[in-house]
Ligand binder design. Structure first.
Ligand SMILES: Cc1cc2nc3c(=O)[nH]c(=O)nc-3n(C[C@H](O)[C@H](O)[C@H](O)COP(=O)(O)OP(=O)(O)OC[C@H]3O[C@@H](n4cnc5c(N)ncnc54)[C@H](O)[C@@H]3O)c2cc1C
Length: 434
């Protein structure tokens, strides 16, 4: 467990006293969940913070995710033995993984690093890093949002993982169980009967589950980002809608070339999600980020009982009851940045929805696709850029950015202040990929 960094009353008062001003101590690029939490943490440390986004708060992956705040999520995606499952997943049109053949060669260096990250020693290190980032997420959110907004937007009702009787045990199951036990993740077994009592319309083939009793979810990822933005603005901050085209070192800081003119900032945090790598590449800072494209389908009137979120492990699809309907989110598609969304992935999620709930109503279904910013070992890069004083990176949160964002903000604030933290900074450093 890590301790939550606290801002002193003085620094909070000083941050609140600063009106939106042209003088900025630090600029955060990206108003997704990571950029917003980072901007708030920096404000609380007493800095005048500028927040820039090409499209608005919560416009990227932070909009369409499954909303799970998985405090016990300490298992990276790449695990021992997974390589042997990849061909089966790729051959199944409704399976969890798709690879665009024309992009295969381009993605190979990342995929190779991803496969190598399945070594047990890397998995164990990544697991500790993820646990430190995720385990305190709820108390951080409550602190950032205030108790009332927290209660309106975040429900702590546990989270199920469920399987069909066709599911085969994974080669890494023993390691996964050991890591969860080591990090004190609380899990309760749930029988098939109990699952069907909780969700009477659930298909018979789903026969087992476990419940992560401490997990939570937001009922609206978009409302969560908007609430964080409202806090940022209440503290005197302002979000500017500008696309950053280039970051250039300048005297006493950085010149930012934007869609609406040039800006200067003493210090910069790049929290631009999946676009972070391309912003940093011209500076020679190379982050191994791949776009794990994900999709959701939201059913406004599904007509089935889902009292708490769950992940259907056979297909790696998350199902979350949200304010505007029942959201089915998942699939990993490796197809690059600019390839248009593939309607077959939406179909595959709808297929899974019907497989889970044969009577489900799909009228009015809304679909979405977005880019998970993913590193090979599932651990984000939260670091300063080695050759560029005052340039920081907060990106690569992959499948768990809604969970890891608050602690990421706290860690960046500590790096900027030159403080040491309860976290092992080396676990999130870019040079682990060197
Ligand atoms: C289908 C799916 C389901 C998921 N489910 C969950 C879940 O249940 N729980 C969980 O914890 N995580 C989940 N995730 C992961 C989570 O959504 C991401 O890790 C997280 O949203 C990443 O946040 P971010 O702020 O880094 O990126 P983003 O939310 O993508 O934000 C990046 C921002 O940067 C801006 N930007 C980019 N380039 C520029 C530029 N040049 N100039 C200015 N602005 C720029 C964008 O406009 C965007 O607003 C899921 C992801 C997907 C796709």
């Amino acid at each position: 467990m890590t301790s939550q960094p606290t801002a002193t009353n003085d620094s909070l008062d000083s941050a609140r006293a600063h009106p939106a001003s042209s003088k900025t101590d630090i600029t955060v690029i990206g108003a997704g969940i990571v950029g917003l939490c980072t901007a708030l943490a920096l404000q609380r440390a007493g800095l005048r913070v500028s927040l820039l986004d090409a499209s608005g708060a919560g416009a990227g992956a932070s909009y369409g995710n499954a909303g799970l705040i998985s405090t016990g999520s300490c298992i990276p995606i790449s695990l021992p033995g997974m390589v042997w499952q990849v061909p089966r997943w790729l051959l199944d049109p409704s399976g969890p993984l798709a690879l665009r053949p024309a992009y295969a060669l381009q993605s190979f260096p990342w995929v190779w690093k991803w496969l190598r990250a399945s070594a047990p020693s890397t998995v164990t290190r990544a697991s500790a890093a993820l646990n430190a980032l995720h385990s305190c997420a709820l108390s951080h959110y409550e602190d950032l949002l205030g108790a009332d907004t927290y209660r309106r937007l975040i429900v702590q009702n546990g989270q199920l993982h469920i399987w069909s009787h066709n599911a085969k045990p994974g080669k890494a199951d023993a390691l996964v169980a050991q890591l969860r036990a080591q990090h004190g993740v609380r899990i309760a077994q749930v029988s098939g009967t109990e699952l069907h009592n909780r969700m009477p319309e659930l298909a018979d083939h789903v026969s087992a589950g476990i419940c992560f009793t401490d997990h939570a979810n937001t009922v609206s990822p978009l409302a969560l980002t908007q609430a964080l933005l409202a806090q940022f603005e209440a503290n005197g901050g302002q979000l500017q809608i500008r696309s950053i085209q280039k970051i250039e070192p300048a005297r006493n800081g950085y010149r930012l070339w934007t869609s609406a003119g040039e800006l200067h900032s003493d210090r910069v945090v790049v929290a631009a999600g999946a676009h972070s790598a391309e912003l940093l590449r011209p500076l020679g800072v190379r982050i191994p980020l791949e776009f794990e494209r994900g999709y959701h389908v939201e059913l406004p009137q599904a007509g089935v009982t889902v009292p708490q979120p769950f992940i259907y492990k056979d297909k790696a699809v998350a199902v979350t009851p949200m304010a505007n309907g029942l959201r089915f989110a998942g699939t990993v598609e490796i197809a690059g940045l600019r390839h248009p969304p593939d309607p077959r992935r939406v179909e595959s999620i709808l297929h899974t929805a019907r497989e889970l709930f044969p009577g489900i109503r799909t009228e009015g279904a809304r679909s979405w696709f977005g880019l998970r910013p993913s590193t090979p070992d599932s651990v984000p890069v939260i670091d300063r850029a080695a050759r560029y004083p005052g340039l920081y990176m907060a990106c690569g949160h992959g499948h768990t950015g809604m969970t890891g964002a608050p602690m990421t903000g706290a860690l960046i604030a500590q790096l900027v202040a030159g403080q040491t933290s309860g976290l092992n900074a080396a676990d999130y450093a870019l040079d682990r990929f060197a």
